[in-house]
Ligand binder design. Structure first.
Ligand SMILES: C[S@@+](CC[C@H](N)C(=O)[O-])C[C@H]1O[C@@H](n2cnc3c(N)ncnc32)[C@H](O)[C@@H]1O
Length: 221
């Protein structure tokens, strides 16, 4: 297993490059992911077609800024697939995992019961008053929400992000406007993001996630 330039993310190259995180809950695979033991450590294999975070890694995004003791607010946590890998990376920090769909939050809760650093929250990311008393100031906001007003939802949640904190933001062009070319939407999103954030890098995630773009930004006051 080799380290990558991203903290807590490892790689192994056979026929294809694969990415791994060190398993915080050895012996437990939550989503059928392969577990690999090497030198007294256990690693979980990620799938770049299932996680936009690792699709961005395979596209060589410049930095993710995730560190071992980070506090992360994850908006659109769904069943917890990508959040569980972030929880491996921030092994001494924790992840607030928010989603508004009760059906997926049921599965998410089952994952969080086994992972002490994942905290499930059933709430709508547009209604920050409903959960602001349940979360702390965070180092990172990760957002993966397929809604028309994705940027506005992110902006509302920026009040939880510490100054100079980072945003990892997935944009699904088709949810914003199906009639426009995705690249046009990404340009418009970039312009909007610039109003409140410094854009550090972005990668279009095709062919792993069609019509998606992954932005890395920083909050600068
Ligand atoms: C594409 S899935 C996220 C997948 C997840 N990020 C992963 O990689 O494992 C998008 C999720 O956003 C949630 N979502 C959409 N709008 C939301 C909102 N306003 N508030 C909270 N969650 C929302 C959906 O319920 C869905 O589970």
């Amino acid at each position: 297993m080799e380290k990558t330039k991203y903290y807590g993310i490892y790689t192994k190259q056979n026929k294809k490059i694969k990415y791994y995180t060190e398993n915080l809950t050895p012996g437990i695979s939550f989503f059928g992911e392969k577990l690999i033991k090497e030198n007294d450590k256990e690693y979980r294999e990620t799938n770049i077609r299932r996680s936009k975070l690792f699709a961005a890694v395979s596209k060589h995004i410049s930095n993710l800024f995730l560190k071992k003791n980070n506090i992360v607010l994850y908006l659109g946590a769904s069943h917890g697939y990508t959040p569980s890998f972030i929880s491996d990376i921030v092994s001494e920090g924790y992840v607030f995992c928010l989603d508004f769909a009760p059906r997926v939050v049921r599965d998410l809760v089952a994952v969080c019961e086994k992972r002490e650093n994942m905290i499930p929250i059933l709430a709508d990311a547009k209604k920050i008053d409903e959960y602001k008393d349940r979360i702390d100031e965070v180092d990172i906001i990760y957002q993966d929400i397929a809604q028309k007003n994705q940027v506005e939802i992110l902006f509302k949640n920026l009040e939880f992000l510490k100054d100079k904190g980072y945003v990892l933001f997935t944009v699904k062009a088709r949810s914003i406007d199906v009639t426009k070319h995705p690249k046009q939407i990404f340009i418009e999103v970039e312009k909007k993001l610039c109003k409140n954030l410094k854009i550090i890098d972005y990668k279009i995630l095709d062919p792993y996630e069609k019509d998606h773009c992954f932005f890395v930004c920083q909050k600068i006051n």
